[in-house]
Design a protein around this ligand. Structure first.
Ligand SMILES: [Cu+2]
Length: 144
Protein backbone atom coordinates (compact mmCIF):
# COMPACT_ATOMS: atom_id res chain seq x y z
CA UNK A 1 0.00 0.00 0.00
CA UNK A 2 2.72 2.41 0.96
CA UNK A 3 4.76 1.59 -2.10
CA UNK A 4 1.76 2.06 -4.36
CA UNK A 5 1.05 5.38 -2.74
CA UNK A 6 4.60 6.60 -3.37
CA UNK A 7 4.40 5.59 -7.02
CA UNK A 8 1.11 7.38 -7.40
CA UNK A 9 2.46 10.51 -5.76
CA UNK A 10 5.51 10.44 -8.02
CA UNK A 11 3.30 10.12 -11.09
CA UNK A 12 1.17 13.03 -9.93
CA UNK A 13 4.27 15.19 -9.55
CA UNK A 14 5.40 14.27 -13.05
CA UNK A 15 1.96 15.15 -14.43
CA UNK A 16 2.00 18.47 -12.56
CA UNK A 17 5.46 19.24 -13.95
CA UNK A 18 4.30 18.41 -17.48
CA UNK A 19 1.25 20.64 -17.07
CA UNK A 20 3.37 23.51 -15.77
CA UNK A 21 5.68 23.19 -18.78
CA UNK A 22 2.71 23.23 -21.15
CA UNK A 23 1.16 26.33 -19.63
CA UNK A 24 4.54 28.13 -19.76
CA UNK A 25 5.01 27.07 -23.35
CA UNK A 26 3.34 27.73 -26.67
CA UNK A 27 -0.27 27.07 -25.68
CA UNK A 28 -0.31 29.71 -22.94
CA UNK A 29 1.78 32.10 -25.00
CA UNK A 30 -0.55 31.94 -28.00
CA UNK A 31 -3.60 32.67 -25.88
CA UNK A 32 -2.10 35.71 -24.23
CA UNK A 33 -0.82 37.02 -27.59
CA UNK A 34 -4.32 36.89 -29.06
CA UNK A 35 -5.86 38.61 -26.07
CA UNK A 36 -3.29 41.39 -25.91
CA UNK A 37 -3.46 42.53 -29.55
CA UNK A 38 -4.48 46.15 -29.22
CA UNK A 39 -6.61 47.89 -31.84
CA UNK A 40 -4.82 50.32 -34.14
CA UNK A 41 -5.86 53.85 -33.25
CA UNK A 42 -6.71 56.69 -35.63
CA UNK A 43 -4.79 59.92 -35.63
CA UNK A 44 -5.78 63.31 -37.05
CA UNK A 45 -9.32 62.09 -37.69
CA UNK A 46 -8.58 59.40 -40.23
CA UNK A 47 -7.51 55.78 -40.50
CA UNK A 48 -6.92 53.60 -43.56
CA UNK A 49 -7.86 49.91 -43.69
CA UNK A 50 -6.34 47.79 -46.42
CA UNK A 51 -8.17 45.02 -48.23
CA UNK A 52 -5.85 42.59 -49.97
CA UNK A 53 -5.63 39.12 -51.44
CA UNK A 54 -5.10 37.47 -48.06
CA UNK A 55 -8.80 38.14 -47.42
CA UNK A 56 -8.38 40.18 -44.28
CA UNK A 57 -9.03 43.76 -43.26
CA UNK A 58 -5.76 45.27 -42.15
CA UNK A 59 -5.82 46.20 -39.33
CA UNK A 60 -8.67 43.91 -38.31
CA UNK A 61 -9.57 45.92 -35.21
CA UNK A 62 -9.39 49.70 -35.17
CA UNK A 63 -10.04 52.27 -32.47
CA UNK A 64 -11.31 55.62 -33.76
CA UNK A 65 -12.89 58.71 -32.29
CA UNK A 66 -16.29 60.29 -32.80
CA UNK A 67 -16.37 62.12 -36.16
CA UNK A 68 -13.37 60.23 -37.58
CA UNK A 69 -13.28 58.92 -41.15
CA UNK A 70 -12.39 55.35 -42.01
CA UNK A 71 -11.09 54.74 -45.51
CA UNK A 72 -10.99 51.24 -46.97
CA UNK A 73 -8.58 50.79 -49.84
CA UNK A 74 -8.75 47.83 -52.18
CA UNK A 75 -5.17 46.80 -52.81
CA UNK A 76 -5.46 43.20 -53.98
CA UNK A 77 -6.51 41.59 -57.21
CA UNK A 78 -9.63 40.01 -55.65
CA UNK A 79 -12.80 42.11 -55.39
CA UNK A 80 -13.96 42.97 -51.86
CA UNK A 81 -16.72 44.86 -50.07
CA UNK A 82 -16.95 46.58 -46.69
CA UNK A 83 -20.49 45.98 -45.56
CA UNK A 84 -22.66 46.09 -42.50
CA UNK A 85 -26.33 46.06 -41.59
CA UNK A 86 -29.44 43.86 -41.73
CA UNK A 87 -29.24 40.97 -44.19
CA UNK A 88 -25.56 41.49 -45.03
CA UNK A 89 -24.03 38.66 -43.00
CA UNK A 90 -24.63 34.90 -43.02
CA UNK A 91 -23.49 34.91 -39.37
CA UNK A 92 -25.32 37.63 -37.40
CA UNK A 93 -22.26 38.32 -35.20
CA UNK A 94 -20.36 39.47 -38.30
CA UNK A 95 -22.64 42.47 -38.73
CA UNK A 96 -23.14 44.45 -35.53
CA UNK A 97 -23.96 48.13 -35.09
CA UNK A 98 -24.52 50.32 -32.05
CA UNK A 99 -28.10 51.49 -31.61
CA UNK A 100 -28.86 54.41 -33.94
CA UNK A 101 -25.81 53.93 -36.17
CA UNK A 102 -26.15 53.89 -39.95
CA UNK A 103 -25.13 50.73 -41.78
CA UNK A 104 -22.95 50.92 -44.90
CA UNK A 105 -22.23 48.89 -48.00
CA UNK A 106 -19.45 49.78 -50.39
CA UNK A 107 -20.62 47.39 -53.09
CA UNK A 108 -17.91 45.62 -55.07
CA UNK A 109 -14.60 47.44 -54.91
CA UNK A 110 -12.19 46.67 -57.71
CA UNK A 111 -8.42 47.01 -57.24
CA UNK A 112 -7.41 50.60 -56.60
CA UNK A 113 -10.85 51.71 -55.45
CA UNK A 114 -11.60 53.13 -52.01
CA UNK A 115 -14.64 53.72 -49.81
CA UNK A 116 -15.03 55.92 -46.75
CA UNK A 117 -17.42 56.23 -43.82
CA UNK A 118 -17.63 59.02 -41.22
CA UNK A 119 -18.56 57.68 -37.78
CA UNK A 120 -20.92 59.78 -35.70
CA UNK A 121 -22.14 57.12 -33.25
CA UNK A 122 -19.97 55.66 -30.52
CA UNK A 123 -19.84 51.95 -29.81
CA UNK A 124 -18.71 48.63 -31.21
CA UNK A 125 -19.12 47.74 -34.87
CA UNK A 126 -18.48 44.50 -36.70
CA UNK A 127 -18.47 44.44 -40.50
CA UNK A 128 -17.55 42.07 -43.28
CA UNK A 129 -16.68 41.49 -46.88
CA UNK A 130 -19.81 40.00 -48.42
CA UNK A 131 -17.76 37.85 -50.79
CA UNK A 132 -15.29 36.48 -48.23
CA UNK A 133 -17.27 36.31 -45.00
CA UNK A 134 -16.94 32.51 -44.95
CA UNK A 135 -13.16 32.90 -45.30
CA UNK A 136 -13.12 35.04 -42.16
CA UNK A 137 -12.91 38.47 -43.77
CA UNK A 138 -14.52 40.28 -40.83
CA UNK A 139 -13.39 43.49 -39.15
CA UNK A 140 -14.07 45.32 -35.91
CA UNK A 141 -14.35 49.03 -35.17
CA UNK A 142 -14.50 50.69 -31.78
CA UNK A 143 -15.70 54.31 -31.82
CA UNK A 144 -15.12 56.39 -28.70
CU1 LIG B 1 -13.30 40.16 -49.71
Amino acid sequence: MVKNYRVAAGSALLILAACAQESDGSAGGDTSNQETVAPVESSEGILVIQMSDDMTFGPEHVLIHLGDTLVWIQEGALPHTTSNGPGKAAVPEHSLLPEGAEPWDSGLLVPGQGFSVVFDTTGEYTYLCKIHEAAGMVGRITVR
